[in-house]
Design a protein around this ligand. Structure first.
Ligand code: SF4
Length: 440
Protein backbone atom coordinates (compact mmCIF):
# COMPACT_ATOMS: atom_id res chain seq x y z
CA UNK A 1 0.00 0.00 0.00
CA UNK A 2 3.12 2.25 -0.04
CA UNK A 3 2.06 3.74 3.32
CA UNK A 4 -0.76 5.68 1.71
CA UNK A 5 -2.55 7.92 4.20
CA UNK A 6 -6.21 8.91 4.40
CA UNK A 7 -8.19 11.59 6.16
CA UNK A 8 -11.96 11.62 6.65
CA UNK A 9 -13.82 14.86 7.20
CA UNK A 10 -17.23 14.13 8.70
CA UNK A 11 -20.28 16.33 8.24
CA UNK A 12 -23.81 15.67 9.46
CA UNK A 13 -25.32 13.41 12.08
CA UNK A 14 -24.20 10.69 14.50
CA UNK A 15 -24.77 8.05 11.81
CA UNK A 16 -22.03 9.70 9.77
CA UNK A 17 -19.68 9.84 12.77
CA UNK A 18 -20.16 6.10 13.23
CA UNK A 19 -19.83 5.44 9.49
CA UNK A 20 -16.58 7.44 9.32
CA UNK A 21 -15.18 5.28 12.13
CA UNK A 22 -16.22 2.22 10.14
CA UNK A 23 -14.58 3.55 6.95
CA UNK A 24 -11.40 4.26 8.94
CA UNK A 25 -11.47 0.69 10.25
CA UNK A 26 -11.94 -0.73 6.73
CA UNK A 27 -9.12 1.36 5.25
CA UNK A 28 -6.77 0.69 8.17
CA UNK A 29 -7.49 -3.02 7.78
CA UNK A 30 -6.48 -2.73 4.13
CA UNK A 31 -3.11 -1.19 5.03
CA UNK A 32 -3.82 2.53 4.77
CA UNK A 33 -2.75 4.82 7.60
CA UNK A 34 -5.02 7.43 9.13
CA UNK A 35 -3.68 11.00 8.93
CA UNK A 36 -4.33 13.55 11.66
CA UNK A 37 -5.47 16.21 9.18
CA UNK A 38 -6.18 16.77 5.51
CA UNK A 39 -2.88 18.51 4.76
CA UNK A 40 -0.57 15.98 3.19
CA UNK A 41 -3.04 13.05 3.24
CA UNK A 42 -3.01 10.95 0.06
CA UNK A 43 -6.74 10.30 0.20
CA UNK A 44 -9.26 12.81 1.53
CA UNK A 45 -12.83 11.60 1.98
CA UNK A 46 -15.69 13.93 2.86
CA UNK A 47 -18.54 12.09 4.53
CA UNK A 48 -21.56 14.17 3.58
CA UNK A 49 -25.08 14.92 4.75
CA UNK A 50 -28.10 15.51 2.49
CA UNK A 51 -30.73 16.39 5.02
CA UNK A 52 -30.61 20.12 4.31
CA UNK A 53 -29.65 22.10 1.25
CA UNK A 54 -27.21 24.13 3.32
CA UNK A 55 -25.39 20.98 4.44
CA UNK A 56 -24.95 19.91 0.81
CA UNK A 57 -23.69 23.34 -0.23
CA UNK A 58 -21.18 23.28 2.63
CA UNK A 59 -19.93 19.82 1.63
CA UNK A 60 -19.58 20.77 -2.03
CA UNK A 61 -17.73 23.97 -1.18
CA UNK A 62 -15.34 22.02 1.02
CA UNK A 63 -14.77 19.29 -1.57
CA UNK A 64 -13.95 21.75 -4.33
CA UNK A 65 -11.77 23.81 -2.01
CA UNK A 66 -9.74 20.68 -1.21
CA UNK A 67 -9.69 19.73 -4.88
CA UNK A 68 -8.32 23.14 -5.87
CA UNK A 69 -5.63 23.00 -3.15
CA UNK A 70 -4.32 19.72 -4.43
CA UNK A 71 -1.94 21.40 -6.89
CA UNK A 72 0.93 20.54 -4.48
CA UNK A 73 0.30 16.86 -5.16
CA UNK A 74 -1.96 16.19 -8.14
CA UNK A 75 -2.20 12.53 -7.13
CA UNK A 76 -4.15 13.32 -3.96
CA UNK A 77 -7.51 11.55 -4.13
CA UNK A 78 -10.59 13.59 -3.22
CA UNK A 79 -13.68 11.49 -2.53
CA UNK A 80 -17.25 12.34 -1.61
CA UNK A 81 -18.96 9.61 0.39
CA UNK A 82 -22.20 9.39 2.36
CA UNK A 83 -25.75 10.55 1.72
CA UNK A 84 -24.91 13.29 -0.75
CA UNK A 85 -22.84 10.87 -2.83
CA UNK A 86 -25.81 8.50 -2.87
CA UNK A 87 -28.28 11.25 -3.77
CA UNK A 88 -26.33 13.11 -6.44
CA UNK A 89 -24.03 10.36 -7.76
CA UNK A 90 -22.31 11.14 -11.04
CA UNK A 91 -23.62 14.72 -11.13
CA UNK A 92 -21.07 15.57 -8.41
CA UNK A 93 -18.45 15.39 -11.15
CA UNK A 94 -20.15 18.13 -13.17
CA UNK A 95 -19.35 21.14 -11.01
CA UNK A 96 -15.89 22.02 -12.23
CA UNK A 97 -13.58 20.72 -9.48
CA UNK A 98 -11.92 17.32 -9.92
CA UNK A 99 -13.58 14.70 -7.70
CA UNK A 100 -12.05 11.23 -7.98
CA UNK A 101 -14.38 9.05 -5.98
CA UNK A 102 -18.13 9.08 -5.26
CA UNK A 103 -19.33 6.30 -2.95
CA UNK A 104 -22.68 5.79 -1.20
CA UNK A 105 -23.18 4.51 2.38
CA UNK A 106 -23.76 0.88 1.33
CA UNK A 107 -20.38 0.61 -0.43
CA UNK A 108 -18.01 1.21 2.50
CA UNK A 109 -16.87 -2.41 2.96
CA UNK A 110 -15.49 -2.32 -0.60
CA UNK A 111 -13.78 1.08 -0.44
CA UNK A 112 -10.27 -0.48 -0.65
CA UNK A 113 -11.29 -2.18 -3.91
CA UNK A 114 -12.71 1.11 -5.24
CA UNK A 115 -9.44 2.89 -4.40
CA UNK A 116 -7.52 0.13 -6.20
CA UNK A 117 -9.72 0.60 -9.27
CA UNK A 118 -8.99 4.31 -9.09
CA UNK A 119 -5.23 3.70 -8.91
CA UNK A 120 -5.37 1.34 -11.86
CA UNK A 121 -7.31 3.68 -14.17
CA UNK A 122 -7.62 7.33 -15.09
CA UNK A 123 -11.33 7.93 -14.65
CA UNK A 124 -13.24 8.84 -11.51
CA UNK A 125 -14.84 5.89 -9.73
CA UNK A 126 -18.50 6.03 -8.81
CA UNK A 127 -20.27 3.41 -6.72
CA UNK A 128 -23.72 4.13 -5.38
CA UNK A 129 -25.06 0.58 -5.55
CA UNK A 130 -27.63 -0.17 -2.88
CA UNK A 131 -27.48 -3.05 -0.44
CA UNK A 132 -30.92 -3.06 1.21
CA UNK A 133 -29.87 -5.76 3.70
CA UNK A 134 -26.47 -4.23 4.40
CA UNK A 135 -25.47 -3.74 8.03
CA UNK A 136 -22.03 -3.36 9.43
CA UNK A 137 -20.47 -3.40 12.86
CA UNK A 138 -17.38 -1.85 14.29
CA UNK A 139 -14.46 -3.34 16.19
CA UNK A 140 -12.11 -0.37 16.44
CA UNK A 141 -8.65 -0.89 17.88
CA UNK A 142 -7.37 2.41 19.17
CA UNK A 143 -10.52 3.87 20.64
CA UNK A 144 -9.54 6.58 23.12
CA UNK A 145 -12.90 8.08 23.93
CA UNK A 146 -15.09 7.79 26.97
CA UNK A 147 -18.28 7.79 24.90
CA UNK A 148 -19.11 6.02 21.65
CA UNK A 149 -21.92 5.62 19.14
CA UNK A 150 -23.22 2.17 18.30
CA UNK A 151 -25.41 1.88 15.22
CA UNK A 152 -28.29 -0.50 15.92
CA UNK A 153 -30.26 0.16 12.73
CA UNK A 154 -29.74 1.53 9.28
CA UNK A 155 -32.23 3.12 6.88
CA UNK A 156 -35.76 4.32 7.43
CA UNK A 157 -39.25 3.28 6.27
CA UNK A 158 -41.13 6.37 7.36
CA UNK A 159 -40.93 8.67 4.34
CA UNK A 160 -41.65 11.88 6.20
CA UNK A 161 -42.59 14.06 3.26
CA UNK A 162 -39.67 16.52 3.66
CA UNK A 163 -36.90 13.98 4.24
CA UNK A 164 -34.37 12.40 1.87
CA UNK A 165 -33.11 9.77 4.32
CA UNK A 166 -35.26 6.83 3.14
CA UNK A 167 -34.05 7.51 -0.43
CA UNK A 168 -30.35 7.74 0.41
CA UNK A 169 -30.08 5.28 3.31
CA UNK A 170 -32.56 2.69 2.04
CA UNK A 171 -35.05 0.58 3.98
CA UNK A 172 -34.91 0.05 7.71
CA UNK A 173 -32.92 -2.96 8.98
CA UNK A 174 -31.87 -3.84 12.53
CA UNK A 175 -28.47 -5.10 13.57
CA UNK A 176 -28.77 -8.48 15.34
CA UNK A 177 -28.75 -7.85 19.09
CA UNK A 178 -25.85 -10.25 19.66
CA UNK A 179 -23.69 -8.07 17.37
CA UNK A 180 -24.83 -4.95 19.24
CA UNK A 181 -23.92 -6.52 22.58
CA UNK A 182 -20.61 -7.76 21.24
CA UNK A 183 -19.78 -4.26 19.97
CA UNK A 184 -20.78 -2.61 23.25
CA UNK A 185 -18.72 -5.15 25.24
CA UNK A 186 -15.72 -4.52 23.00
CA UNK A 187 -16.02 -0.75 23.46
CA UNK A 188 -16.22 -1.16 27.25
CA UNK A 189 -13.02 -3.24 27.10
CA UNK A 190 -11.41 -0.26 25.33
CA UNK A 191 -12.45 2.11 28.14
CA UNK A 192 -15.79 3.42 26.88
CA UNK A 193 -18.20 4.27 29.70
CA UNK A 194 -21.22 5.50 27.76
CA UNK A 195 -22.76 4.27 24.52
CA UNK A 196 -25.38 6.01 22.41
CA UNK A 197 -27.46 3.54 20.43
CA UNK A 198 -28.21 5.22 17.11
CA UNK A 199 -30.63 4.74 14.25
CA UNK A 200 -33.08 6.90 12.30
CA UNK A 201 -35.94 5.47 14.36
CA UNK A 202 -34.64 3.34 17.21
CA UNK A 203 -38.10 2.65 18.60
CA UNK A 204 -38.89 0.39 15.65
CA UNK A 205 -35.81 -1.77 16.33
CA UNK A 206 -36.71 -5.41 15.71
CA UNK A 207 -34.10 -8.05 14.93
CA UNK A 208 -36.65 -10.85 14.92
CA UNK A 209 -35.91 -11.68 18.56
CA UNK A 210 -35.77 -8.43 20.52
CA UNK A 211 -37.58 -5.11 20.27
CA UNK A 212 -36.07 -1.82 21.41
CA UNK A 213 -37.17 -2.16 25.04
CA UNK A 214 -35.66 -5.67 25.19
CA UNK A 215 -32.45 -4.36 23.63
CA UNK A 216 -32.17 -1.62 26.26
CA UNK A 217 -32.55 -4.29 28.97
CA UNK A 218 -29.80 -6.41 27.40
CA UNK A 219 -27.36 -3.51 26.98
CA UNK A 220 -28.11 -2.45 30.56
CA UNK A 221 -26.61 -5.80 31.65
CA UNK A 222 -23.20 -5.22 29.98
CA UNK A 223 -20.65 -5.21 32.83
CA UNK A 224 -18.51 -2.09 33.14
CA UNK A 225 -20.84 0.10 31.08
CA UNK A 226 -22.03 3.13 33.05
CA UNK A 227 -24.51 4.88 30.79
CA UNK A 228 -26.78 4.25 27.81
CA UNK A 229 -28.26 6.91 25.55
CA UNK A 230 -30.22 6.45 22.34
CA UNK A 231 -31.40 8.54 19.41
CA UNK A 232 -33.60 9.16 17.47
CA UNK A 233 -37.01 8.28 18.85
CA UNK A 234 -40.10 8.64 16.68
CA UNK A 235 -43.23 9.77 18.55
CA UNK A 236 -45.43 7.33 16.63
CA UNK A 237 -43.31 4.34 17.70
CA UNK A 238 -42.23 5.23 21.25
CA UNK A 239 -44.39 3.05 23.51
CA UNK A 240 -45.34 3.43 27.16
CA UNK A 241 -43.54 0.13 27.82
CA UNK A 242 -40.26 1.53 26.48
CA UNK A 243 -40.74 4.76 28.43
CA UNK A 244 -41.24 2.74 31.62
CA UNK A 245 -38.09 0.76 30.90
CA UNK A 246 -36.12 3.98 30.40
CA UNK A 247 -37.38 5.02 33.83
CA UNK A 248 -36.46 1.75 35.52
CA UNK A 249 -33.15 0.69 33.94
CA UNK A 250 -30.35 2.29 35.99
CA UNK A 251 -27.85 2.79 33.15
CA UNK A 252 -30.33 4.36 30.72
CA UNK A 253 -30.06 8.15 30.97
CA UNK A 254 -33.16 10.24 31.62
CA UNK A 255 -33.19 11.93 28.24
CA UNK A 256 -35.35 11.35 25.17
CA UNK A 257 -34.86 13.14 21.87
CA UNK A 258 -38.40 13.22 20.52
CA UNK A 259 -38.78 15.28 17.34
CA UNK A 260 -42.05 17.24 17.32
CA UNK A 261 -41.48 19.08 13.99
CA UNK A 262 -44.78 20.97 14.27
CA UNK A 263 -47.57 21.52 16.79
CA UNK A 264 -50.20 21.73 14.04
CA UNK A 265 -52.15 18.58 13.12
CA UNK A 266 -52.56 19.85 9.56
CA UNK A 267 -48.79 20.29 9.20
CA UNK A 268 -48.04 16.92 10.84
CA UNK A 269 -50.39 15.27 8.37
CA UNK A 270 -48.74 17.00 5.39
CA UNK A 271 -45.36 15.99 6.80
CA UNK A 272 -46.58 12.36 7.01
CA UNK A 273 -45.43 12.11 10.60
CA UNK A 274 -48.07 9.61 11.75
CA UNK A 275 -49.13 11.31 15.02
CA UNK A 276 -51.19 14.28 16.13
CA UNK A 277 -50.19 17.16 18.32
CA UNK A 278 -52.46 15.77 21.08
CA UNK A 279 -50.84 12.31 20.89
CA UNK A 280 -47.41 13.94 21.14
CA UNK A 281 -48.40 16.00 24.17
CA UNK A 282 -49.88 12.92 25.88
CA UNK A 283 -46.67 10.97 25.22
CA UNK A 284 -44.49 13.76 26.58
CA UNK A 285 -46.70 14.05 29.68
CA UNK A 286 -46.48 10.28 30.22
CA UNK A 287 -42.68 10.44 29.94
CA UNK A 288 -42.52 13.30 32.44
CA UNK A 289 -44.54 11.19 34.92
CA UNK A 290 -42.90 7.80 34.32
CA UNK A 291 -39.31 9.08 34.29
CA UNK A 292 -38.81 11.57 37.12
CA UNK A 293 -36.72 14.52 35.95
CA UNK A 294 -36.57 13.35 32.33
CA UNK A 295 -35.11 15.80 29.80
CA UNK A 296 -36.99 16.05 26.50
CA UNK A 297 -35.29 17.49 23.46
CA UNK A 298 -36.84 17.97 20.05
CA UNK A 299 -36.60 19.09 16.42
CA UNK A 300 -38.77 21.91 15.11
CA UNK A 301 -39.28 22.65 11.40
CA UNK A 302 -40.82 26.04 10.58
CA UNK A 303 -42.17 27.35 7.29
CA UNK A 304 -43.32 24.01 5.84
CA UNK A 305 -45.47 24.49 2.69
CA UNK A 306 -48.78 26.20 3.47
CA UNK A 307 -47.89 26.78 7.13
CA UNK A 308 -50.07 29.62 8.38
CA UNK A 309 -49.74 31.87 11.42
CA UNK A 310 -52.12 29.67 13.42
CA UNK A 311 -50.09 26.50 12.63
CA UNK A 312 -46.99 28.30 13.84
CA UNK A 313 -48.86 29.40 16.97
CA UNK A 314 -49.78 25.73 17.63
CA UNK A 315 -46.06 24.88 17.54
CA UNK A 316 -45.21 27.60 20.05
CA UNK A 317 -48.04 26.38 22.30
CA UNK A 318 -46.80 22.77 22.32
CA UNK A 319 -43.23 23.91 22.95
CA UNK A 320 -44.42 25.94 25.93
CA UNK A 321 -46.58 23.10 27.27
CA UNK A 322 -43.92 20.40 26.98
CA UNK A 323 -41.11 22.71 28.14
CA UNK A 324 -38.30 21.16 26.10
CA UNK A 325 -34.84 21.08 27.64
CA UNK A 326 -33.27 21.65 24.22
CA UNK A 327 -34.20 21.83 20.55
CA UNK A 328 -32.76 21.79 17.04
CA UNK A 329 -34.71 24.37 15.06
CA UNK A 330 -34.70 24.80 11.28
CA UNK A 331 -36.40 26.55 8.39
CA UNK A 332 -37.92 24.25 5.78
CA UNK A 333 -36.07 23.92 2.49
CA UNK A 334 -37.36 21.67 -0.29
CA UNK A 335 -35.28 18.57 -1.07
CA UNK A 336 -35.76 17.30 -4.58
CA UNK A 337 -37.19 13.82 -4.85
CA UNK A 338 -39.23 14.10 -1.64
CA UNK A 339 -43.04 14.30 -1.58
CA UNK A 340 -42.97 17.80 -0.07
CA UNK A 341 -40.90 19.09 -2.98
CA UNK A 342 -44.08 18.80 -5.09
CA UNK A 343 -45.89 21.24 -2.77
CA UNK A 344 -45.55 24.97 -3.38
CA UNK A 345 -42.79 26.33 -1.11
CA UNK A 346 -45.09 29.27 -0.38
CA UNK A 347 -43.99 30.64 2.99
CA UNK A 348 -41.85 33.68 2.15
CA UNK A 349 -38.22 33.36 3.24
CA UNK A 350 -38.39 36.38 5.55
CA UNK A 351 -41.49 34.92 7.23
CA UNK A 352 -39.69 31.58 7.74
CA UNK A 353 -36.81 33.43 9.37
CA UNK A 354 -39.19 35.45 11.55
CA UNK A 355 -40.90 32.26 12.77
CA UNK A 356 -37.56 30.56 13.34
CA UNK A 357 -36.42 33.50 15.47
CA UNK A 358 -39.62 33.15 17.50
CA UNK A 359 -39.11 29.47 18.23
CA UNK A 360 -35.45 30.07 19.10
CA UNK A 361 -36.40 32.90 21.48
CA UNK A 362 -39.04 30.73 23.13
CA UNK A 363 -36.67 27.77 23.45
CA UNK A 364 -33.98 29.98 24.97
CA UNK A 365 -36.44 31.28 27.53
CA UNK A 366 -37.49 27.69 28.37
CA UNK A 367 -33.84 26.74 28.96
CA UNK A 368 -33.25 29.85 31.06
CA UNK A 369 -36.31 29.06 33.20
CA UNK A 370 -35.16 25.47 33.77
CA UNK A 371 -31.61 26.43 34.62
CA UNK A 372 -32.50 29.25 36.99
CA UNK A 373 -33.34 26.82 39.80
CA UNK A 374 -30.37 24.49 39.24
CA UNK A 375 -27.58 26.14 41.33
CA UNK A 376 -27.10 24.29 44.62
CA UNK A 377 -28.52 20.98 43.33
CA UNK A 378 -26.32 17.93 42.67
CA UNK A 379 -25.90 16.06 39.41
CA UNK A 380 -24.02 13.02 38.14
CA UNK A 381 -21.37 13.86 35.54
CA UNK A 382 -19.41 11.55 33.27
CA UNK A 383 -16.13 13.35 32.63
CA UNK A 384 -15.37 13.21 28.90
CA UNK A 385 -12.37 15.45 28.22
CA UNK A 386 -10.17 18.33 29.26
CA UNK A 387 -11.46 21.79 28.45
CA UNK A 388 -9.63 23.28 25.49
CA UNK A 389 -10.74 26.79 26.35
CA UNK A 390 -10.06 26.71 30.09
CA UNK A 391 -6.99 24.79 31.19
CA UNK A 392 -7.50 23.16 34.59
CA UNK A 393 -11.16 22.36 33.86
CA UNK A 394 -12.82 19.18 32.63
CA UNK A 395 -15.90 18.85 30.44
CA UNK A 396 -18.57 16.21 30.84
CA UNK A 397 -22.29 15.63 30.60
CA UNK A 398 -25.04 15.08 33.12
CA UNK A 399 -27.46 12.19 32.68
CA UNK A 400 -29.94 14.69 31.21
CA UNK A 401 -27.33 15.64 28.61
CA UNK A 402 -26.47 19.08 29.99
CA UNK A 403 -22.90 20.07 29.17
CA UNK A 404 -20.98 20.53 32.45
CA UNK A 405 -17.64 22.01 33.46
CA UNK A 406 -15.78 21.19 36.68
CA UNK A 407 -12.30 21.77 38.13
CA UNK A 408 -9.75 19.10 37.21
CA UNK A 409 -8.53 18.77 40.79
CA UNK A 410 -8.65 15.10 41.86
CA UNK A 411 -10.85 14.07 38.92
CA UNK A 412 -9.85 12.19 35.78
CA UNK A 413 -11.31 11.66 32.34
CA UNK A 414 -13.68 8.68 32.28
CA UNK A 415 -14.73 9.05 35.91
CA UNK A 416 -18.32 9.43 37.01
CA UNK A 417 -18.65 12.05 39.74
CA UNK A 418 -21.38 13.58 41.82
CA UNK A 419 -21.11 17.35 41.60
CA UNK A 420 -22.84 20.41 42.99
CA UNK A 421 -23.94 23.07 40.50
CA UNK A 422 -22.37 26.42 41.30
CA UNK A 423 -23.35 28.39 38.20
CA UNK A 424 -25.32 28.15 34.97
CA UNK A 425 -25.24 29.67 31.54
CA UNK A 426 -27.52 28.74 28.67
CA UNK A 427 -25.20 26.09 27.24
CA UNK A 428 -23.09 25.03 30.21
CA UNK A 429 -23.37 24.35 33.93
CA UNK A 430 -20.42 24.92 36.23
CA UNK A 431 -19.94 22.48 39.09
CA UNK A 432 -17.73 21.51 42.00
CA UNK A 433 -17.09 17.85 42.71
CA UNK A 434 -18.79 16.36 45.74
CA UNK A 435 -17.55 12.78 45.36
CA UNK A 436 -16.06 10.36 42.84
CA UNK A 437 -18.42 7.43 42.49
CA UNK A 438 -17.26 3.91 43.29
CA UNK A 439 -16.62 1.78 40.23
CA UNK A 440 -15.90 4.70 37.90
S1 SF4 B 1 -38.27 9.25 10.57
FE1 SF4 B 1 -38.80 10.77 9.01
S2 SF4 B 1 -37.38 12.47 9.43
FE2 SF4 B 1 -36.53 10.66 10.46
S3 SF4 B 1 -35.14 9.76 8.96
FE3 SF4 B 1 -37.09 8.72 8.70
S4 SF4 B 1 -38.11 9.87 7.07
FE4 SF4 B 1 -36.43 11.16 7.83
Amino acid sequence: MDDKTFFIETLGCQMNIYDSAFVAEVLTGAGYKQAADAAGADIILINTCSVRERAERKALTRAYELASRRSGDPDTVIGIIGCMAQRLGKSLLDHGGRIDLVAGPDTYPRLPALLETLRAGRDPVIDIARDPGGMYGLRPGGHDRVTAFVTIMRGCNNFCSYCVVPYVRGPERSKPHREVLDEVGHLVDLGVKEVTLIGQNVNSYDDGELDFGDLLESVNEVPGLRRIRFTTSHPKDLTHTVIEKIGSLPKVCEHIHLPLQSGSDRMLDLMNRGYTSGAYRDLAAFARTAIPGVALSTDILVGFPSEEARDHKNTLEVMEEVGFESAFMFCYSARSGTAAADLPDDVPEEEKVRRLKQVIALQNSLIDRKKRCMPGTTVEILVERESQKEPGFLIGRTRKNWLAKLPQKGVRRGEVVTARITGVSRWMITCETVENQIGA
